[in-house]
Write a protein that binds this ligand. Structure first.
Ligand SMILES: *Cc1c(COP(=O)(O)O)cnc(C)c1O
Length: 214
């Protein structure tokens, strides 16, 4: 945890940025409850989980003891999980299609609570990957802003595993700027320093904090 924080601070400084503007989302998916409590003890409050069900098992109890902790849902979301996600998440980072926007809007109304929402863009336009295709991103973001207002707070991406992620981070930052969106969730264990250079406000780091997933 402290090693990753030091690397974030160094990358921020190299980019001429204030490290306070970069939020570490500790990705605790597949790691046990104990890993989360150890991270909490080290002062980490923001966590990312892929699966709503796993998050629902791990987090609600901890929240009572740690009211300041925050949960980001960062995995692909099925429409039939939208209500559970809206109930437990502080941020849903994976809004990527109109049907899911419908389901989230409905869930917000039913639950009477609204998490922050990020639109996930498939920056590499990879057929197997989640995210709105780049050609459809502007129209989808505009529609989501009209629908969700300020809760639509930013963009998220996972660049292709191969090749230089920098052009994808640059693309996402420009897209966020076009829409006046302040949050840029980009960068994982392998590329978070590059993402910080290109304007990430949130980096989602799992392996570099918790070790390899089993
Ligand atoms: C698993 C995951 C991460 C963290 O990946 P690491 O390489 O372990 O840091 C970040 N973002 C998303 C969407 C993930 O699914």
């Amino acid at each position: 945890m402290s090693a990753v924080r030091a690397r974030i601070a160094a990358a921020a400084q190299a980019a001429g940025r204030d490290a306070a503007g970069i939020n570490l989302v500790a990705v605790s998916k597949t790691h046990p409850f104990e890993a989360v409590t150890a991270a909490l003890a080290a002062g980490q409050l923001v966590f990312g989980e892929n699966r709503v069900q796993e998050a629902a098992q791990k987090f609600p109890g901890l929240r009572t003891a740690h009211p300041a902790m925050r949960l980001h849902i960062i995995g692909g979301l099925q429409t039939n999980k939208a209500r559970d996600a809206v109930r437990i998440a502080d941020v849903i980072e994976t809004l990527d299609r109109p049907k899911l926007a419908d389901a989230i809007a409905d869930a917000i109304q039913r639950e009477g609570r609204a998490p922050q929402l990020l639109v996930q863009v498939n920056v590499g336009d990879e057929p197997q990957k989640a995210g709105i295709p780049t050609a459809e991103a502007d129209a989808f973001i505009t529609a989501c802003q009209a629908r969700f207002g300020a809760e639509l707070a930013g963009l998220m991406c996972i660049p292709p595993a191969e090749g230089d992620p920098a052009p994808h981070f640059t693309w996402l930052a420009a897209c966020a700027a076009r829409h006046g969106l302040g949050i840029l969730s980009m960068g994982m264990s392998g590329d978070f320093e590059t993402a910080i250079t290109h304007g990430a406000t949130h980096v989602r780091v799992g392996t570099a904090i918790f070790g390899a997933r089993g």
